[in-house]
Every structure is written in C-alpha cells, then in structure tokens.
Design a binder for this molecule. Structure first.
Ligand code: GAL
Length: 418
C-alpha cells in the first residue's frame, strides 16, 4: 500500500516536472535597475522566474532614470524584436498600447482578481480599453529628503521641516565645509528636485493645476515664480561636480558623509540599505520641506509585449503572476526602497520610512494630495515631460535667466504636442 502511494507520488512529481519543462520559456525583461539597491531588487525577480524553470535574459540599460532604456526599447520594438516585458509607466503605457504592440494579460488578472488587489488609480493605469496590458511592481515616494545624521551632529545643523530651516541647515553645512545638497545635474534629477520644491512651496492643489493639468494661469502665476526662485536658491548648496552625476553617486556622497542631504525618491533608500547603512542610524528619511502631508508617487510597472512562441507567452504570464504575488511584493520592495502596490500587505518587515510612506499614501489619496511625478513619467506625455525637463534644466544651469523668463519657457514647453 505504502509503495503504491509513494510510486503515485513519484509519478505525480515527474509529471509536474515534465509540465514545467514543457512550459519553460525565455523571459527577457528590459529595465534600468542597475545601481546597488536596484540591482538587488531586480535579482529577486530573476530568482523567482528561474524558480519556475524559465530562462531569464537580463536586458538592463543603465542611466538617467530610464531615458536611455526607452530609446533602446523603441529601436528593438521597431525592428520587430520586442522583449517579453519592459519597465514602462504612467501615460506611456497607453501610448505603447495604442501602437498595438502590447498584449493582454487579462486571464491572469481575472483569475487572480487584480481589480480587488490594486488601488483603482493604479489598476486604471495598467489597463488599455479595459484590458490589463501591464503589471505594477511598487509605489515609490518622490518627495523625500535624505540626511546623514552623523554629518548633522558633527556640524551642528538641525534637520529641517520647512524651507527656512532647510536653508539654515544648508548654510551651516556649507560653512562647515561639507556639500550641503548632493545633486546630480541630469535633466530628470533637476525636474525631480523642481517638482518637490513645487509641492513644498505651492502645495498640492498648485502642483496638480500647474504641473499635471498644465494650467497656463498657474504656470504663469506668482506661486510659480516663488517656486522657481526657491528652487534656484538651492543651487549654491550643491557642488561643482554635480553636472552629469548619476543619482546613486549623489546618494553615495551622503552615505560616505561627504554631503549632508539629498532630495530623491525612495529608490535612494535601496542604495543606503545596499551599502549597509541603517535607517535612523546611517541615514534619516524626512518628507521634503513643506510636503509632510502630500505624496508624489511613481508606480513602476512592466508592460507586456506581444510574443510569438507559446512557451515564452506562458513564461510572460508567470512573470505577471509572480510580480503580483505577496512574496515578491515583499522581498522586491524591501530591496527597492518602495512599498508594495498590492493592498492589504503586512508591513512588519518594513522600516519606519516605508511604514510612513504606506500611511501617507492612503491619507494623501483621501485628501487629494496624491500626485503623479512629472519628472518620473507619471503625469504628462513623454514629449511634454521632455520639454519641461529641458526648460527647468536651462534655468537651473543659467547664471542669467530670471524666474520670470523661466516661467515663459516652462509654460511654452507645456504646450508641446503630446
Ligand atoms: C525611476 C524609477 C525608479 C528608479 C529611478 C532611478 O524612474 O521609477 O524605480 O529606478 O528611476 O533609476
């Protein structure tokens, strides 16, 4: 009896293994997660696909918040050689879907009831004409300020919660000979800083009207002028090495104590953690001045491309399912610095920055202070985003341009055809 049972069990295992091999496909995923924390997070995705018997083909294109990756993706898709999935987000998902190159993953989404597991603002964005064409990975918060507490203690600077305190701290740090603000002068980082200042100085309603709805009256108004002058006041607290610097190298300056602060989304936290720096000890997270109750979000997602081989299509569905699983949502986001996008997840393994982010995300959604990041592809079409990025960076880099002139440039960039 026992032998029969174990033989049946053995046969079952063999059958399952056979089925797995028959289904095994290749999964090629385009992303730009190449820094320390990002790479650790991407590794967890690779591991979960390999555990399902699939071959992982990494298609990582480093640099500039994904700007280079998207250029490479475009040429691959145009030549009829799309990867299974690519890190695409925000309005660009709709743009890619309307070109007819994405595939529906509705069967997975329906079977797993994604509509019930995702906030509506997220599931709407993952769908094109009612079909899921992408799977969301995480929720990043952009409006954070990262501090090195040892540098603050050594110089006597005080952690800021409003702009006055921020400039006082920056002055103290500068006088003590450290770089007050670690910055990377790339257009997406300039705009990341700018949008954070826009929220901190102008508030959530201004942010939405000016930067999301691109309302000409707000873009040309007095608040915009104040935002621009506050933004530019930060420049003297950055160092000469800033132009062109990658964001993770700016984070490294804070980690090493060469700089006191960095404005950056919480992918920076992944970088601190990967370097062995601990929350509350090696680094402190605090909402950027004036933004405590608001939340600029980035939701990373993978768009699914049409594939020819059935085995690869099956692997693609496994990828979609794995990304939404609670296990993956936990381990990936612990490494990435973000929080799970899947609702109802336990947060006990997450640190205080992530716990605060999760609470603030829900609260901001209720108070209309949940805002899509313009700098990170969540708010406007990519052509408008690029035009605004250029205008903001020109102002940041110019010694002569006045805030009034910058306002005109930004307002005309906002009129770029989507
Ligand atoms: C953002 C992306 C984040 C992070 C960052 C820096 O656009 O949403 O996940 O990777 O770029 O590379």
């Amino acid at each position: 009896m026992k032998t029969t049972q174990s033989l049946t069990a053995l046969a079952l295992i063999c059958l399952q293994a056979l089925a797995a091999t028959a289904q095994a496909g290749e999964i090629e995923v385009l992303h730009w997660w190449t820094s320390g924390g990002e790479a650790r997070a991407a590794q967890s995705l690779k591991a979960s696909m390999q555990a399902k018997g699939h071959t992982w083909k990494d298609f990582a294109v480093a640099g500039s918040g994904g700007d280079s990756a998207i250029t490479v993706l475009r040429s691959r898709v145009v030549s009829g050689n799309a990867p299974a999935a690519a890190q695409i987000k925000g309005p660009s998902l709709q743009a890619w879907a309307s070109e007819g190159v994405l595939t529906s993953i509705n069967d997975v989404a329906k079977a797993e009831r994604w509509d019930e597991l995702l906030p509506k603002v997220v599931s709407d964005q993952m769908k094109y004409k009612g079909d899921y064409i992408a799977v969301p990975v995480n929720v990043h918060r952009v409006n954070w300020l990262w501090l090195n507490p040892a540098v603050f203690a050594r110089t006597g600077a005080k952690p800021p919660s409003n702009w006055e305190e921020f400039f006082a701290a920056a002055e103290t740090l500068k006088k003590a000979g450290v770089v007050a603000v670690a910055h990377g002068g790339q257009t997406w980082q300039d705009l990341t800083l700018f949008e954070t200042v826009a929220l901190g100085v102008g508030g959530a309603e201004f942010f939405r009207k000016a930067l999301v709805q691109l309302d000409p009256a707000e873009l040309n108004g007095a608040t915009m002028e104040k935002v621009l002058s506050t933004f530019k006041r930060i420049k003297p607290y950055t160092d000469r090495g800033a132009p062109g610097r990658d964001w993770n190298l700016a984070t490294a300056m804070v980690i090493k104590g060469e700089a006191g602060m960095q404005f950056m989304g919480d992918w920076a936290k992944g970088e601190f953690l990967a370097a062995g720096s601990l929350p509350g000890k090696g680094f402190v997270c605090t909402p950027a001045p004036g933004t405590a109750k608001a939340f600029i979000y980035v939701i990373d997602s993978f768009a699914m491309f049409k594939l020819k081989k059935p085995a690869n299509q099956a692997a693609q569905k496994d990828l979609a399912s794995a990304v939404m699983s609670p296990e993956f949502q936990e381990v990936f986001n612990l490494n990435k610095g973000s929080i799970p996008v899947r609702m109802g997840m336990k947060m006990d393994k997450f640190d205080d920055c992530a716990k605060a982010s999760a609470l603030d995300f829900t609260a901001a959604a209720k108070s209309a202070a949940l805002l899509p990041s313009v700098a990170n592809g969540m708010a406007v079409s990519s052509s408008v985003e690029w035009a605004i990025k250029d205008a903001v960076s020109q102002f940041w880099n110019s010694d002569k341009m006045t805030p009034a002139e910058a306002m005109k440039k930004i307002a005309s960039a906002a009129k770029t055809r989507p």
